[in-house]
Ligand binder design. Structure first.
Ligand code: GLY
Length: 401
């Protein structure tokens, strides 16, 4: 990073001499520290995991006894560790990160045919998607197209939605998180020219918008449908505090999901949804200068309830896209400032791990599933992933060297 800064100064000097381009800005210290810490942590983790068997090698979190929670490739979070390394490589240029990222990405190859959940977008687009973008290999693109096919296998034309889960007592459960996996489908249509993937994504986004949201644009976590009628059977939660509460990560998935859908469709209805969802998030932050939500906006023990850094990171990343989709300069600036505030808070010692602590994860204080007493106030690999994605978007916006 220091070398990069010198280069930056040199380039800046050259541009002043030629007076033909606007100089790029150097990054602030908190940002540089965040990026450098992230790269070091991810490589430290790779070192710790050097001897774990390939069958359960994906670090997801830290268990109560202080050991790694490691998962196999079929876990919904398997793509985030390789994805984080790709993002950190993108931010730092450190080839060691790219090497590890490729190793972990290739361990996911068989998942292209996996149809056991809706999460294949998270698993494959967050890993192979960046691999293809940054250091493509011949099989990458076809693997992602095959993965999109696998996701489409979970779409029922009668119901008009992708089925999220195969467990539980619901007839046809659809969760707000499922919005995130549509990105790979939009991508697949653009790549192949086959509109099928995009049509399914749009059907899913439309019906989710109709049935998942309340008046204030907070969302239910799980909506279940009758089959084959496609009528709503129940609305409730699985990971939130109650059926009527606003689970923090669900709100974040919503704003990210509809912002991304707007990117591919330019449908103003999706854009309006994203604006409204984020308005709720911004209006309901813990306090004026505190941007990290409690795990559920209706948690009964606020202000003592655990925070969810993952929800904050997803929101920051979404805002750094949504800010580009409005002509209202003040609103755009508000979004940027809010995202920046989240990133600064996550990059403070309260949330950012110290070197070689936190088992190599980057962020502290996320919540997986509070009602199941699972992963409460722990590091989570997807908090790290969306934090890095937000840092990358922030860097691009600010045009740091
Ligand atoms: N997609 C599962 C979760 O957000 O916990």
């Amino acid at each position: 990073m220091k070398m990069k800064r010198k280069l930056c100064v040199a380039v800046w000097g050259m541009s002043l001499l030629t007076a033909c381009s606007i100089p790029k800005a150097g990054a602030p210290e908190w940002f540089e520290n965040a990026v450098e810490t992230s790269g070091r942590q991810l490589l430290y983790m790779a070192e710790q995991l050097e001897n774990v068997p390939d069958t359960a090698c994906f670090p997801r979190s830290v268990k109560e006894d202080g050991s790694y929670r490691l998962e196999n490739a079929k876990d919904w979070t398997s793509g985030f560790y390789p994805g984080s390394m790709w993002l950190a490589y993108d931010l730092t240029g450190d080839e060691a990160l790219a090497k590890e990222a490729r190793t972990y990405t290739n361990r996911l190859e068989d998942i292209q045919y996996y149809t056991g959940n809706h999460d294949i977008g998270f698993m494959m687009f967050c890993s192979y998607g960046h691999a293809l973008r940054l250091k493509p290999e011949s099989k990458d693109k076809q693997i992602l197209v095959n993965s999109s096919e696998s996701l489409c296998a979970r779409f029922s034309p009668e119901v008009g939605l992708i089925r999220s889960w195969d467990f539980g007592d619901w007839s046809y459960p659809v969760i707000i998180d499922n919005m995130m996996n549509l990105e790979m489908l939009f991508w697949a249509s653009e790549q192949t020219g086959n509109s099928k993937y995009r049509d399914i994504a749009i059907a899913h986004a439309d019906k989710t918008l109709k049935n998942h949201f309340r008046e204030d644009m907070t969302s239910y976590h799980v909506v279940s449908y009758s089959v084959p009628s496609g009528k709503v059977e129940s609305k409730g939660t699985f990971q939130g505090y109650s059926d009527s509460s606003a689970w923090a990560r669900g709100q974040a998935w919503g704003v990210y999901g509809y912002t991304m859908c707007y990117r591919f469709t330019k449908n103003p209805v999706y854009l309006e949804a994203a604006h409204k969802i984020v308005r709720f998030i911004m209006n309901n932050r813990p306090s004026e200068k505190d941007y990290i939500p409690y795990w559920d906006y209706n948690a009964p023990d606020i202000p003592n309830a655990p925070r969810d850094a993952s929800a904050a990171a997803v929101t920051a990343s979404a805002l750094l896209e949504l800010n580009g989709y409005t002509d209202d300069k003040k609103l755009s600036d508000d979004y940027t400032e809010y995202a920046e505030s989240i990133l600064k808070q996550l990059s403070s010692p309260e949330y950012l791990a110290k070197d070689k602590e936190n088992k190599g994860f980057i962020l502290l204080h996320s919540v997986g599933s509070f009602p199941h007493n699972s992963e409460v106030d722990v590091p989570l690999n997807y908090a790290d992933y969306y934090y890095l994605e937000a840092l990358k978007r922030y860097k691009e916006l600010k045009k740091f060297c």
